[in-house]
Design a protein around this ligand. Sequence first.
Ligand code: SF4
Length: 381
Amino acid sequence: MAIPLGQIARVGSYVAKQRLLGRDKYPLVLMLEPLFRCNLACAGCGKIDYPDAILNQRLSVEDALGAVDECGAPVVSIAGGEPLLHKEMPQIVRGIMARKKYVYLCTNALLLDKRMDDYAPSPFFTWSIHLDGDQDDHDKSVCQKGVYDRATAAIRRAKDKGFRVNINCTLFNTAEAERTARFFDDVMAMGVDGITVSPGYAYERAPDQAHFLNRTRTKTLFRDIFRLGRQRGSKWEFAQSSLFLDFLAGNQTYRCTPWGNPTRNVFGWQRPCYLLGEGYARSFKELMEETDWDAYGVGNYEKCADCMVHSGFEATAVMDAAAHPLKAWAVSRKGPDLEGAFAPDIPLDRQRPADYVFSTHVEDAMERLRQGGGEGRSAAE
Ligand code: SF4
């Protein structure tokens, strides 16, 4: 199963509890970025463009587990940078699982062979391997030849050892439906448990700005991929909700839920979401209570116009499923509608223009480091 039954039950009861308590804003997945340093430099990445002093920062075990406790989300996705470069990652993962949280450890897999034995198979633990398509597409996406072969060899080895393994796949406007469908068939044949798929977010700092998908192209591409899957009887297991897939296929008018996947990294709690770093809060409480959420999202802010990324909209889909279980059940049974008109999109005519704040918070972080921060400490402290 793409999502363990225990996780479905745990998230379901967590959402039901939040609704009973009358909370309208609550986190579902903590995005934990314990470092920005990576051993690849992908063209579509907006996460690694920092001075060395910041790339050398790590969240300590204490900071990482403190963030898990502060946030309280039932699922933790560890991203980066490349998490396997963090020497204390096994302790962080063990500490999260000891709290009965579900951990997704994202990796480009280059270090997986070397580090795999530091971890043990568990229903609470899933490797989430970055693969953006077949050999040619993935190696181009990560700007290095041979990465696909190393990643797929590591996937097979992890499956042999009894681990749960998902792939996380980001699609750009170079994606072809036929090749993507074939790629999904290939990874399922490798024995992966689930596929997480998302259109790429147009990171303003990504070196390659020419290949991000716009909303109409995203919806058309996903309909084409799903249609091919149906035609060939493919059994793709997506580690995503049926309504999020329906949204990708253009059948839902959703606003994002940026607090659903709050992000903690070496700067602090990132505002407003995993994709946009427009400021940092010192605590999770401050993030939730003092962020001007209405300033962000499709229709509100220029940088959000094309966003359909899972970290922004999966929580919307899960909350919609909790409010409308019959709708979610019908879509999971029949799959997304691939032929009707797209659901209306949110108008963009009143969005505020983009604010370019990246260099300001990098300078602020550098100043804090000069004043006494060091490796192993958060730049927010
Ligand atoms: S639409 Fe929402 S999730 Fe996407 S970048 Fe904007 S605030 Fe973040």
